[in-house]
Design a protein around this ligand. Structure first.
Ligand code: ADP
Ligand code: MG
Length: 667
């Protein structure tokens, strides 16, 4: 059933590109040549390498395809997996060779491997109408260990991060890229084109990115073929479906990251290693190739798992695929070191041996993909089970014990009541044995029963003695134990209930505490606003005091002013009404007496002072004037303090009134 189990080596091709026009312009020298009529390459003066295929600067795309890839395509249609790698430093012609550039802008004979393979595959399909073909393609990029789906950019960087939740555990698994079912070559070409575009516009640092990333274009085909015998036995419907042969196979086209080292300086001995360290994937690939290629290291561990690229291409290296590696070389002597490294790398790959097999089981690939998932799940499950098992077992034991205890209690109670019955019957039957005349057989049976009971009692007694030492109050003990057990059970139940109540109360307490917290918070807020109000109040008081001071000052001024007025009046007395008064004085009591009375309480001195005081009517006028003025000043101040006014509460209005009344009293 499985032909071709023999090991076949990975085929290694080397392609030397021509000098680019800019290199010609800069007068670069060629340092790599083909040895005519051999599969050999000379680099520098004398280093010779032999490969499966060598292509010089004049080789065509057609030639490379026909020699290296056509046989793989045939294998693909036969059910084998196939892979082609393009390896080499940036600018050595990998993308050109594999055909991952802008296809539309490339002339027909300049087209690379992928478009040619697509064309040929669909040609083959159209020539084999009897076979039911299903073709799917995917295109992914691996950059810094991240996978990106070039055909479905929205899902970029997610395809390798499928999160699975399993038994409450969360972990990542690697799942494949989206596969597009395709019907014709044009459809695939347009997908390829859009993927290529995505690869180059995926980042602002376009060159940096594309030279450091691996691109993998995959064509998967599934073919269903009906064998001859079924066609002849159309009537035997049920047997026909069984003999449908399903074959699934895949072709990976891999445009690897540039193999050059980051810096041009470096230790010569370390160069090979250094050159591939620019990309951990390439390093891992190198390790896989080394492990596979080293004849002494047969059957040792192959580090496929070290990088995504090696995981994905596991079957292409040392696996079941037919693989071709095309190493691209720049001929320029300025790239000598890189070219030499690439040739060494390619030389090692020659030793890799694959065992290609036809994939009759179409689910095989899916199974392979799921392998990792399953392993992860299994590990997780085991971990979970270990922890679950303990608690589970413990719980089981507990329930078993408690059920056994219950059973025991029941049995003990039963046993106790039986014994009571026997105990009651025993003396009665012993009496019966003595008194009543029984038949011989009956008596014998009764006696044997009595003997049996006695025997059992004796046994029980010795058992009790060995168990407890003293067996005198065994029954009461037993009852006590039973009662205690029952009580214990009750207590336990009560405890459980209490615990429930406690947790309920705890919960309530929590709620209350929360409420207290919010109330405290509110309280604090209120206090804050109270403080603010007090502050405002204080400020208003200060203002009030200021006003009071102003009033006092004004009063003082007024007093001074009054004094001056008084003086004026006393001066005026000589000429004005005072003259009249003075002329009248000898005849009468002072005129002002009644008025003075209203202002100053009468006393002996007051009456005497009346002679020197200003005339009462003028003082009253001055007072009125002053009142009017102070009223004006006050209203002025109040106008200026409108804002303050607004803030004044009823209380401050009262205060104002108070001040007013004070004013009145002080006058
Ligand atoms: P890489 O993918 O290895 O970085 P490219 O495929 O982009 O290199 O090639 C670099 C340049 O060299 C491109 O301009 C390409 O057209 C040109 N080139 C590469 N190989 C050949 C070839 N065999 N014949 C003609 N031009 C080539
Ligand atoms: Mg490239």
């Amino acid at each position: 059933m499985e032909p071709g189990m023999e090991e076949i080596p990975v085929k290694v091709a080397v392609r030397i590109r021509p000098l680019l026009s800019k290199e010609v312009l800069h007068n670069h020298q060629v340092c790599v040549r083909l040895v005519p009529n051999t599969q050999q390459i000379i680099i520098g003066k004398d280093r010779v390498f032999t490969f499966d295929f060598v292509f010089g600067k004049n080789s065509t795309q057609e030639e490379v395809y026909t020699v290296c890839i056509k046989p793989l395509l045939v294998s693909l249609t036969e059910g084998y997996n196939a892979t082609v790698f393009a390896y080499g430093q940036t600018g050595s012609g990998k993308t050109y060779t594999i055909g991952g550039g802008h296809i539309a802008s490339v002339a027909e004979d300049e087209k690379g491997i992928i478009p040619r393979a697509i064309q040929e595959l669909f040609q083959h399909i159209s020539e084999n109408r009897n076979i039911d073909f299903h073709v799917k393609v995917s295109y992914i990029e691996v950059y810094k260990e991240e996978l990106r789906d070039l055909l479905e950019l929205e899902t970029s960087f997610r395809i390798n991060r499928s999160i699975l939740t399993f038994y409450g555990l969360v972990f990542e698994v690697i799942v494949g890229a989206k596969e597009f079912q395709v019907e014709c070559a044009d459809e695939v070409i347009s997908l390829l084109e859009s993927g290529n575009a995505a690869r180059h516009t995926g980042t602002t640092q376009m060159n940096e990115h594309s030279s450091r990333s691996h691109a993998i274009f995959t064509i998967s085909i599934c073919q269903k073929q009906f064998t001859e015998s079924q066609k002849n036995t159309d009537a035997a419907q049920d047997s026909s479906w069984k003999s449908v042969q399903v074959i699934a196979s895949k072709f990976h086209f891999v445009d690897l990251a540039g193999s050059e080292r980051v810096t041009k300086t470096g230790n010569t001995g370390e160069r090979f290693k250094e050159s591939i360290q620019i990309n951990s994937g390439l390093l891992a690939l190198g390790n896989v190739i080394s492990a596979l290629g080293d004849p002494k290291r047969k059957s040792v561990h192959i580090p496929y798992r070290d990088a995504k690229i090696t995981r994905i291409l596991k079957d292409s290296l040392g696996g079941n695929a037919k693989t071709v590696m095309i190493t691209c070389i720049s001929p320029s002597s300025s790239d000598f070191d890189e070219s030499l490294n690439s040739l060494k790398y390619a030389n090692r790959a020659k030793n890799i041996r694959n065992k290609p097999v036809v994939n009759y089981n179409p689910d095989q690939d899916r199974i392979d993909e799921m392998e990792l998932e399953i392993r992860l799940l299994r590990e997780a499950l085991q971990n979970q089970q270990v922890s679950n098992q303990c608690t589970h077992n413990l719980n089981q034991e507990r329930t078993r014990i408690s059920s056994l205890e219950e059973q025991l209690t029941r049995l003990q109670v039963q046993c106790f009541s039986y014994r009571n019955c026997v105990d009651e019957a025993f003396p009665f039957l012993v009496d019966l044995n003595d008194d009543v005349s029984l038949k011989r057989s009956q008596r014998e049976r009764l006696q044997s029963w009595i003997a049996m009971v006695q025997e059992v009692r004796k046994e029980a007694l010795t058992l009790q003695e060995t168990d407890m030492g003293t067996g005198t109050s065994q029954e009461t003990h037993h009852i006590t134990i039973l009662q205690l057990k029952r009580e214990l059970k009750k207590c336990q139940q009560a405890l459980v209930m209490d615990e429930e109540v406690f947790s309920q109360k705890d919960h309530e307490l929590q709620i209350l505490q929360n409420q207290i917290k919010t109330l405290l918070q509110k309280n604090e807020e209120h206090l804050e606003s109270l403080k603010e109000a007090q502050e405002t109040h204080r400020l208003q008081n200060e203002k009030m005091v200021e006003q009071q001071m102003l009033i006092d000052q004004l009063k003082e001024k007024l007093e001074k002013f009054t004094d001056v007025k008084t003086l004026d009046f006393s001066c005026a007395c000589g000429h004005g009404p005072a003259v009249v008064a003075s002329t009248r004085r000898p005849y009468s009591v002072p005129l002002t007496k009644s008025l003075l009375h209203s202002l100053h309480p009468p006393s002996g001195t007051e009456t005497r002072k009346a002679y020197t005081s200003p005339p009462a009517f003028s003082l009253a006028r001055v007072m009125a004037e002053f009142r009017a003025r102070s009223q004006m000043i006050l209203s002025n101040i109040e106008d200026q303090d409108k804002v303050l006014h607004c803030h004044l509460s009823d209380q401050s209005d009262e205060e104002e009134e108070n001040t007013g009344s004070k004013k009145k009293t002080s006058f």
